[in-house]
Ligand binder design. Structure first.
Ligand code: ADP
Ligand code: MG
Ligand code: ZN
Length: 622
């Protein structure tokens, strides 16, 4: 929290209030003390009455609105001298006055002294005034849109960033590779700029557009771009900002947000990461989350509350449309869904072009090659890649980014930081055999991707790595391709087995085996690629709130479960046998390649294939 004088005031309020009481007390006591400091002896009220009865009291001065009396008395107990004695009077003392009159005592009541009364008045007023000013400031603050987080009085107010002239500085040209989504958004800009053209023919302008796609594909970027292009006010808020630990805050934030939006129509409301509020209601372990549900309900109500043509368009982004409440997705709310996907080759190329613009890239670097090497990379990954490469270039004190830095960047993003190579040892040999095992099986199988490089330089968790050039189309994979992948993954362990014997195999293959099992299992339960037949047996993610992997709710009988296990076994066994065979048949080449690898530490794909082709025929890859 920033320390401003307002904050200081806020936190010092309790202190001020306490000191107020103390000061009040101080004044209250001094107001009578000042006068009566002479009266240093006291007596009780009861004794005072006795004194009156005895006729010892000569004079009574009453102070403090009748709370205190200074009594002048004389009597044997007092040494027959006139003494001033102080008496605290009870709040109501009905008999006192008549008694005093009867005893012919001189009574005098003293109003508070003027100066003191003034100070008392100030004392009484100044603190309430301070309090009121403080509160007023707080309320003013909470009406500002840019109140900081967690301010006591601004809980319920939306923190939507209100921008009359959007200053995101991003335009559609900064977004690349997601052309359909861009077109859709360009259309929205026309809705907002020329609504008459649409309403004229009876078309209703959509109220809500839902952007769906994996993380890093440019959803937020697209929303920022529309803010920059549409030239209308743009409110942006993140779904998680609706949900706080204070009950009711989310709902009032939604209300506030839409209130502001209506005042500023035509405008765009952007809700990022809407899944934080928009999840299916009434699910989850231990009942739903009331606060979130209220927020969502409020959102639904607000979206129904304005007509399609009022010029508010709500754009929301999520990477999990499957978990959103179905009520959000019905027409009339988010009636349009725009999918943003991981970019394909062309998309990657244009994203690279966008991000290469402000970087010094060597003329020898072809962005096409980078785009080819990076299937599966999202826009954010590609932006990150070029940035990593630029950092590496700067670290090497070079002027331009070359392919070396870019390749290094890719490796780093995919597999983690580079370590230092092992010194020659038995384990280095074993790792070399393991990697060459992967590489040779991959090379000799027609349906396997090509080897890009084999290396013994550790990276991330891996002690050695075999890189394959990923195929472009990852979305449609054939049965023989999956089987080839399984065999390739088994190649490492198979080489260990053949070369070092069953007793010497290592834990290094555990990751490979995990992949093998998962691929084989999916072949059986998901893709219908086993003797069980074309059945989908796994209902993935039926309940997203149980988390991944917790809801392997089997929708099949135990009998089928046994069959599934058998089929998975069959596939893996089958592939394992084939893999062992390939290793055995090519033992001579493998030994040779291992020697080269240990010496050079990295062999690239072309070199690798050249060596193999001296011994055996490499099938043409499809
Ligand atoms: P998300 O889809 O998760 O909201 P972002 O929009 O936040 O992803 O993207 C993060 C960053 O990645 C952007 O700031 C941008 O630099 C880069 N990026 C992602 N997609 C693209 C794209 N299609 N074109 C250009 N840059 C992109
Ligand atoms: Mg985002
Ligand atoms: Zn391996």
């Amino acid at each position: 929290m920033k320390i401003t004088w307002k904050n200081l005031l806020l936190w010092s309020l309790p202190a001020i209030i306490i000191s107020f009481f103390v000061w009040q007390g101080f004044f209250a006591s001094t107001s009578s003390e000042n006068d009566n400091s002479i009266a240093n002896s006291r007596m009780t009220y009861g004794r005072f009455l006795e004194y009156i009865d005895l006729g010892w009291v000569k004079r009574v001065d009453i102070y403090d609105n009748g709370h205190t009396a200074i009594v002048e008395a004389v009597g044997p107990e007092l040494g027959n001298r006139i003494q001033k004695i102080r008496v605290e009077l009870p709040a109501s003392a009905p008999e006192l006055l008549s008694k005093l009159k009867k005893g012919h005592v001189d009574i005098n009541a003293h109003p508070m002294k003027n100066g003191l009364a003034f100070w008392n008045l100030i004392g009484n007023l100044i603190f309430p005034l301070l309090l009121i000013t403080g509160l007023a400031i707080l309320f003013r603050r909470s009406n500002n849109n840019n109140a900081g987080p967690g301010q006591a009085m601004s809980f319920g107010k939306s923190k939507a960033l209100f921008q009359m002239k959007a200053r995101t500085g991003i335009i559609f040209n900064d977004v690349a590779g997601i052309d359909e989504a861009k077109e859709e958004f360009e259309e929205i800009v026309t809705f907002l700029k020329e609504p008459e053209n649409f309403t004229k023919v009876g078309a209703k302008i959509p109220k809500g557009v839902l952007l769906v796609g994996p993380p890093g594909t440019g959803k937020t970027l697209l929303a920022k771009a529309i803010a920059g292009e549409a030239d209308v006010p743009f409110f942006s808020i993140s779904g998680s900002e609706f949900v706080e630990m204070f009950v009711g805050v989310g709902a009032s934030r939604v209300r506030d947000l839409f209130k502001k939006a209506k005042e500023n129509a035509p405008c765009i409301v952007f809700i990022d990461e809407i899944d934080a509020v928009g999840r299916q209601r009434g699910t989850g372990i231990g009942g739903g989350n009331d606060e979130r549900e209220q927020t969502l309900n409020q959102l639904l109500t607000e979206m129904d509350g304005f007509e399609g043509n009022t010029g508010i368009i709500v754009i929301a982004a999520t990477n999990r449309a499957d978990i959103l409440d179905s009520a959000l997705l019905r027409p009339g709310r988010f009636d349009r869904q725009v999918n943003v996907d991981i970019p394909d080759f062309k998309g990657r190329l244009s994203i690279l072009e966008v991000h290469a613009k402000n970087k010094k890239i060597d003329t020898s670097v072809s962005l096409t090659i980078i785009a080819r090497r990076t299937p599966g990379f999202s826009g954010a990954d590609l932006a990150n890649l070029l940035n990593e490469a630029a950092i590496l270039t700067a670290r090497k004190r070079k002027d331009n980014i070359t392919l070396n830095e870019i390749n290094e960047g890719i490796d780093r993003i995919v597999a983690g930081m580079e370590g230092t190579a092992l010194i020659d040892s038995k384990s280095k040999r074993l790792i070399a055999y393991h990697e060459i095992g992967h590489a040779i099986v991959g090379t000799l199988l027609k349906d396997h991707e090509n080897v890009q490089k084999v290396t013994l330089i550790p990276r991330g968790q891996a002690k050695g790595l075999t890189w394959f050039t990923p195929s472009e189309d990852q979305s449609l994979v054939s049965k023989s391709q999956i089987k080839a992948k399984i065999m390739g993954a088994l190649g490492g362990r198979a080489a260990e087995e053949i070369v070092f014997g069953d007793a010497e195999v290592t834990t290094g293959a555990s990751n490979d085996l995990q992949q093998v099992t998962s691929m084989a299992r999916q072949m059986v339960t998901k893709f219908g690629m086993s003797a069980i037949g074309p059945l989908s047996l796994e209902n993935e993610d039926s309940n997203p709130f149980l988390g991944r992997g917790m809801n392997n709710s089997s929708e099949y009988s135990d009998e089928i479960a046994i069959k599934i296990d058998q089929q998975v076994h069959n596939i893996v066994d089958d592939c394992h046998k084939n893999t062992l065979q390939i290793i055995k048949n090519n033992r001579v080449i493998i030994d040779k390649l291992v020697d080269i690898l240990i010496e050079k530490e990295t062999i690239n794909g072309q070199e690798f294939r050249k060596i193999i082709s001296q011994y055996t025929k490499i099938p043409n890859k499809v």
